[in-house]
Every structure is written in structure tokens, then in C-alpha cells.
Ligand binder design. Structure first.
Ligand code: 5CA
Ligand code: ZN
Length: 412
């Protein structure tokens, strides 16, 4: 499907350091070393509601990775999916009496507008689950030929025991896996399964649900097989990074890895599994099912500067869990105003050390709070908040405008 229009990203004269990222699977910091273009897969939205600040935080986090790689001299191939057929989408469509296709198209379009406003670089391929059904079917057939699937009634299941590395991505013990599987769309108690953790890869047709013909009978693909098939097709094996929110560590990313590792034995799905923390609101994870949401589009409709929204997200490290507050949003909007004031002077405090610090911070596990602190210090020195304005660098503003845009995605 169509992505969204790309922001113009300046090319910096300074080359950033190699990008280090925390890997969920090993718990270690990994220096990414892309062979050719860096290959990134990010789990996209299930389009049954508008983009909330939690989604936005996750997409901005992986946008920082995209930018850090580019600034380190790599090309980037970026793929993102849209789960445009799945249980929650169908349930919501029924509840609000809207055709599920129409609901998905409407919310996907709003998501594109939100991402454009936040200056998130679009994926090279934004791929819908529906348009990828042939890829999912092909992957299920490969798993079937390897004896890694079985049927229960009209549903096809993946045997987690077929993957000797199953559990490596999350590192969770079995009790944790069982609990999370039940909480996050799995069916541990379904009778007839060989292992309670086995997940559905093809869901046989149910009355009132959309379905597609397949060698396994009419039905639709399971959630995990979709992302596995899309990533493997567009990025190949052992791509550099799979990203998403930490609510996807298990079962989603573990199952994706399992499918891929069985289908292409001896390889890993991704080299690094990277997860953004959960953004909460009113004391709980911001989630469509809980309804405690702040929408990007609602803020935009109230004329909140999208760069203020983006800065409010950047003020938190991507791996931490944090609470969205209106007070922090207004602080960030004020900060953008004062940075613009400092940048409007043209000359300012020396820019070169700030550029080096911003690039180093972002290459160091996407440390945006450290990068924005460097800009704060520069703006304070330039405006002379201590009474001593520093305008010793005549090109400071031009230099910093470029790095703010290229590295942090802030166009001021
Ligand atoms: N379509 C699937 C992934 S294949 C999905 O999880 N969709 S979603 O719409 O529920 O979430 C979209 C992305 O936002 C996912 O990467 C998810 O991990 C992330 N996300 C969801 N809620 C939050 C939150 N409160 N804070 C941070 N990230 C979140
Ligand atoms: Zn996914």
C-alpha cells in the first residue's frame, strides 16, 4: 500500500558514529554493522483507531534509528506492516457498524497524516496484511512441508517445539510465556493443541468474518505469520533490526522469529530485537482496548505544533516506560519556541561540539534526552540566560538547524 510523503532530510557533512542498540534477545548492547543497506522492520498499526502518543513514541524511536544509520553513512531499507485484518479490527468494525475495510482505510490514512506531521521518514514498503496473504500462505506451506504445523478443526497451528531456538528472543520462562500468550491474543487453553503455546497461523473461516481461499481451506492468516512473511519477503534472512513496542516482545516477536527460524533453518529472523517502552496515561499503559488515549490527530486539530509533540516524545529515552502529561507537552512547546528564538539570531555559541554530542548520543542506543539536553545548553548559552550571551560562532544556527532536522527529525 501507499506510504506517506517523505520529509526532506538534510545530509550532514559530519559522519556519525556506528549505531549501538540494546538487543532484547541477549540483553547486550550491539554495535550494528549493516552489510549494504541497513534492513529495518517495524511492526505497524492495527488500524481500528487513531494514532495515540504511545504509537507515536514507538515510531519516532525507530525513526531515530533510521536517521542515526543514515548519518553514519548507511542506506536504509525500512519495511513496516499494517495489520489491516485481525480480530480487534473486525470486532471494532462490528461494534461501530462500519465496514472493516472502510475502517482500516480511514484509520490508516489518518496514521499517514500523523506520521507526516511528526516528520517520521516513511518506510520504503508499507505493507498491508491483506495484500500479503499470498506471502503468508507460502510461508505456512513451507512450515507444513517441514512438519512444523498441524490442524485443529479448520485452524492450522505452528508447533513451537519445531524451533530449537524458541524462547531466545524474549528469554521468558514458560509461566511468563503462558500468561502473556493468554493476555495478548493467544489461546493457551484451546483443546486439541499439542503445546498450549502453539499459535494459529491460518484461522479457518468463521461466520461473519472475511476469508480467503487457501490450500488449507478458506480462512485468514494469523497475526504472527503475517509479520514473519512480510519481513522475510522484503528484507531476507537475518535482517538488522526488528522493532516494536515492548508489548510485542512475547508472543508476537518470539513467534515471528520461530516461524522464520524453522522455515529457513540455521538463520535467525533478525540480528537485533529492539523494543520501545510503553507510554502510559492516567496510570495505565495507553491502549486502544483500555481507551485511555491521547491522539496525535486530536492535538494537531487543536493546533499544537507537531514539533512540540515530537520534542515531548524525544525527552524520554525510548526504552523507558513513562507517563504522558499535558504539562510536559506544554513545556516542550515552550522549549521549541525558545530554541527557535536562539536559532533566529544566526550566530550563537559554538555549534561543532553540539553536533558531535547529538550524533554521539543518538548512536548510543538512541539517547534522545541526552541529545536534546545538548541543544538546551546551546540555546541557554546563545540566549545568555546567565547574562552572558555567546555569539562566537557565526554559522551556529545553520549548522544546528541541519543537525536538529537530520538527527532528531525536528524542523525548526
Ligand atoms: N499491528 C500490531 C503489530 S504487527 C500492533 O501491535 N498494532 S498496535 O496498533 O497495537 O500498535 C502499534 C505499535 O505501537 C506497536 O509497535 C506497539 O508495540 C506500539 N504501542 C502500542 N501501544 C503503545 C504504548 N502505549 N506505548 C508505546 N508503544 C505502543
Ligand atoms: Zn508485527
Amino acid at each position: 500500500m501507499r506510504a506517506w510523503s517523505a520529509p526532506e532530510v538534510p545530509t550532514l557533512s559530519e559522519v556519525g558514529p556506528p549505531v549501538v542498540l540494546h538487543d532484547t534477545a541477549t540483553g547486550a548492547r550491539v554495535t550494528t554493522s549493516p552489510d549494504g543497506a541497513a534492513r529495518l522492520y517495524v511492526c505497524g498499526i492495527t488500524p481500528y483507531d487513531a494514532t495515540h502518543l504511545g504509537h507515536a513514541a514507538t515510531y519516532v524511536a525507530f525513526d531515530l534509528l533510521n536517521r542515526a544509520w543514515r548519518n553514519a553513512g548507511h542506506e536504509v531499507t525500512f519495511v513496516e506492516n499494517v495489520t489491516d485484518v485481525d480480530d480487534p479490527l473486525l470486532e471494532r468494525a462490528t461494534k461501530v457498524s462500519v465496514d472493516w475495510v472502510e475502517l482500516a482505510e480511514r484509520e490508516t490514512e489518518l496514521f499517514r497524516q500523523d506520521m507526516t506531521a511528526l516528520r517520521v521518514i516513511p518506510p520504503d514498503h508499507l505493507v498491508g496484511a491483506v495484500e500479503s496473504i499470498p506471502l503468508a500462505v507460502e510461508l505456512i506451506q513451507r512450515l507444513e512441508a517441514l512438519g512444523a504445523t498441524y490442524t485443529v478443526d479448520t485452524d492450522v497451528y505452528f508447533s513451537v517445539t519445531a524451533d530449537p531456538a524458541f524462547g531466545r528472543e524474549s528469554g521468558y520462562d514458560r509461566d511468563t510465556m503462558l500468561r502473556l500468550f493468554g493476555e495478548r491474543g493467544g489461546d493457551p487453553d484451546r483443546a486439541g493443541k499439542r503445546d498450549p503455546l502453539d499459535c494459529v497461523v491460518w484461522r479457518g473461516e468463521r461466520p461473519g468474518e472475511p476469508s480467503w481461499e487457501s490450500p488449507f481451506g478458506p480462512g485468514r492468516p494469523g497475526w504472527h505469520i503475517e509479520c514473519a512473511a512480510i519481513a522475510m519477503h522484503h528484507l531476507g534472512g537475518a535482517f538488522d533490526v526488528q522493532g516494536g513496542g515492548s508489548d510485542l516482545v512475547f508472543p508476537h516477536h518470539e513467534m515471528c522469529a520461530g516461524h522464520a527460524q524453522v522455515a529457513a533453518a540455521g538463520t535467525t529472523f533478525a540480528q537485533v530485537y529492539s523494543h520501545a517502552g510503553m507510554v502510559g496515561y492516567d496510570g495505565q499503559k495507553m491502549s486502544k482496548s483500555l481507551g485511555n488515549l491521547v491522539f496525535v490527530s486530536a492535538l494537531r486539530n487543536s493546533d499544537v505544533d507537531p514539533m512540540g509533540i515530537r520534542l515531548a516524545l524525544l525527552r524520554h529515552h525510548y526504552r523507558s516506560d513513562w507517563e504522558w502529561t499535558d504539562a510536559e507537552l506544554w513545556e516542550s512547546v515552550d522549549t521549541v519556541t525558545s530554541w527557535r528564538k536562539a536559532l533566529s539570531l544566526g550566530a550563537g555559541a559554538p555549534a561543532a561540539p553540539v553536533v558531535a554530542e547529538v550524533l554521539a548520543a543518538l548512536a548510543d542506543d538512541l539517547d534522545a534526552p541526552r541529545a536534546t539536553a545538548a541543544i538546551d545548553a546551546w540555546a541557554a548559552a546563545t540566549l545568555g540566560t546567565d547574562g552572558l550571551a555567546d555569539t562566537s560562532d557565526p554559522d551556529a544556527a545553520v549548522t544546528l538547524l541541519a543537525v536538529l532536522d537530520a538527527a532528531l527529525g525536528l524542523s525548526l
